[in-house]
Design a protein around this ligand. Structure first.
Ligand code: AMP
Length: 217
């Protein structure tokens, strides 16, 4: 069975955290365009050098560039089983291109999950977020601290704040979300693909609700 899922939601709504759990439970790849871009930045590739300032400022990378990345990723055979998209699409133009990518592959319609979180909670979550530089596990200074300060519980890697999680950039990212990405809510609702899930409950509850929706016909 093929299971295509798009996780939609503001920065800090928990897309990455839920995507990791879903990917493990359902055994389908987690595709995060943010992770792909950060890896390019870390490797200082020509793409990485091109996008690093855009990411640091909280703006969006151009649609053409992102669509190219996703097109390439969807040429890999693991997506035949399905995919969990996290951070893509982020504009209506990206959503339209994605639809033609999956039509070309004869994949069924994706299920879109909107993670709903109030704005104040988003700011708290993002400005206190810590990410493991080695395995990508996400923590929070107060809401979900690691056992030992600065050290990843899972792999012992060192924890760092993402550059774009500074208060100033966070405000900008939320504005960009409202202007560019929130229109996808009505775009996908009108297709009948979207389910809204409250994103402020316990992680396991959120996960359960998403899985019920994904497994329903
Ligand atoms: P994320 O990890 O999803 O929050 O993404 C971090 C940053 O990468 C964003 O603030 C954008 O600068 C860039 N980015 C990630 N995904 C996209 C996308 N689908 N379209 C445009 N820019 C993106």
């Amino acid at each position: 069975m093929h299971l295509g899922c798009i996780l939609l939601g503001a920065p800090g709504s928990g897309k990455g955290t839920q995507a990791k759990i879903l990917s493990e439970n359902l055994n389908i790849p987690h595709i995060s365009t943010g992770d792909i871009l950060r890896k390019e930045v870390q490797e200082a590739s020509s793409l990485g050098l091109k996008v690093q300032e855009i990411i640091a400022s909280g703006k969006l990378v151009s649609d053409d560039l992102i669509i190219e990345i996703v097109k390439k990723r969807f040429q890999q055979s693991d997506v035949r089983a399905g995919y969990i998209l996290d951070g893509f699409p982020r504009t209506v133009a990206q959503a339209e291109s994605f639809e033609s990518i999956i039509r070309g592959l004869h994949f069924p319609d994706p299920k879109v999950i909107l993670l709903d979180v109030a704005e104040e909670a988003l700011i708290d979550r993002l400005t206190g977020r810590l990410t493991c530089g080695s395995c990508g596990q996400v923590y929070h200074l107060t809401l979900n601290p690691p056992k030992k300060a600065g050290v990843c519980d899972l792999c012992g890697g060192s924890l760092e704040s993402r550059k774009d999680d500074s208060r100033e950039t966070v405000t900008n990212r939320l504005k960009v979300y409202e202007a560019e990405t929130a229109p996808l809510i009505s775009f996908y609702s009108s297709k009948g693909w979207l389910t809204r899930v409250g994103g402020e409950k316990a992680l396991a509850d959120i996960n359960r609700q998403i899985e019920v929706r994904l497994k329903a016909g």
